[in-house]
Design a protein around this ligand. Structure first.
Ligand SMILES: [Zn+2]
Length: 378
């Protein structure tokens, strides 16, 4: 089966290259914001419609021609991906990008041939320790000293600036064969409301009480805010308080998720999770509480985001099973599929065919593992 892997290198651009990288950040941000504005005024615009704007934009703003054209197209692709998540109820409505805010751009691998010679726009030479990128030419890199060659086919490269340092993440697609032994190092995880994460090794990671505490505090402050006169001194003060609690909640959640993820990735090579699905979001019985839903959804996305990131970083495989896979309806022992979805409050899965009685989320995590390995082996 094919997997995607990322190699992350530190980049050492020359002054001229650094200027061009900054220009590319600016141009991709410009295209992103320009298209976001168009999309806000006409939500029916498709990716194709926006791509068609590019040649006209380049005529009107010639500075766009100075940078890699793939990165401009990818800015549109990313914007549309953001809208896709928003429409599925997973992400928030795309926002305008600001200068200096997580600056990055992505270029895609393209080959062309001229007079029988094949040209590639992204090349990594680990003996010379350089990467060749469109428009930027050769840039010095550091990392993966023990490798003499990247395995797999290059798909794209993302260039980032973090503080004053530059990095490139080269994404490759690799054909791999699963070995017997690596199967035992695979784990399936179920993400849920009752237990944040349940693994197919029968490990439970609960939803700690302190997250609830923050949630209650935000709720109380929001009620307070609604009683204040909009724009008044007290209103602004209360709003600032809410933001502060949100910040604390976010930090606490990030710490918690990072701990869970590092525990899981430490002992496994293949991590299989669900694709965040609409079902999960509706499972919450306090459905009428918008805030709760928002916090839970954000926690779920955070788990997936950090899992994906950590797996890329550690060169591990991260698989997500189809959002249509009914992990909680299937019996992990005999494969029987119960047609009726049990109420989320029923914590036990009982198979009407083989009689298996098993904790609901644990059963789901085993199914996720098996389904993921099936995809992995094909
Ligand atoms: Zn069964």
């Amino acid at each position: 089966m094919k997997i995607h892997k990322a190699y992350k290198f530190r980049l050492y651009p020359t002054k001229t290259q650094e200027t061009l990288i900054h220009k590319t950040f600016g141009c991709t941000r410009f295209v992103y914001n320009y298209c976001l504005d168009l999309k806000r005024n006409n939500k029916h615009l498709t990716k194709f419609d926006l791509m068609k704007e590019l040649p006209r934009l380049k005529k009107e703003y010639p500075f766009l021609r100075e940078v890699d054209s793939c990165s401009l197209q990818n800015a549109i692709t990313d914007l549309m991906a953001g809208f896709g998540l928003f429409e599925k109820g997973i992400g928030s409505y795309p926002r305008f990008k600001k200068k200096g805010e997580k600056e990055s751009f992505r270029t895609s691998f393209v080959t062309s041939s001229y007079k029988g010679i094949v040209y590639e726009n992204i090349k990594v030479d680990l003996t010379k320790r350089v990467i060749e990128l469109p428009k930027l030419k050769e840039i010095k890199i550091r990392g993966y000293r023990n490798l003499d060659k990247l395995s797999g086919r290059i798909l794209n490269a993302t260039i980032r600036e973090v503080g004053t340092k530059f990095y490139v993440s080269v994404c490759v697609e690799e054909e791999i064969e699963i070995q017997e032994s690596s199967g035992s190092k695979a784990v399936g995880i179920d993400i849920g409301v009752k237990n944040l994460v349940v693994t197919s090794n029968h490990e439970y990671y609960g939803n700690p009480k302190y997250l609830d505490k923050y949630e209650k505090k935000i709720q109380r402050l929001q009620q307070e805010l609604s009683r204040k006169i909009k724009g008044s001194k007290n209103y602004i003060k209360c709003k600032k308080k809410i933001e502060e609690v949100y910040r604390k909640l976010k930090n606490a959640r990030k710490k918690l998720v990072e701990k869970i993820v590092s525990n899981i990735t430490k002992s496994h090579d293949i991590i299989i999770a669900e694709n965040l699905k609409v079902k999960k979001m509706l499972e919450n019985k306090n459905n009428h509480k918008h805030l709760r839903k928002k916090i839970i959804n954000a926690t779920f996305s955070e788990i997936i985001r950090i899992l994906r990131y950590k797996c890329q970083w550690l060169n591990k495989t991260f698989i997500q099973v189809s959002p249509y896979y009914a992990s909680s309806q299937i019996c992990s022992r005999c494969g029987n599929k119960e047609s009726v979805m049990k109420d989320i409050r029923v914590r036990e899965y009982k198979c009407s065919k083989c009689g298996l009685e098993i904790e609901r989320d644990y059963n789901a995590s085993i199914n996720i593992l098996n389904e993921g390995l099936k995809c992995y082996n094909n």
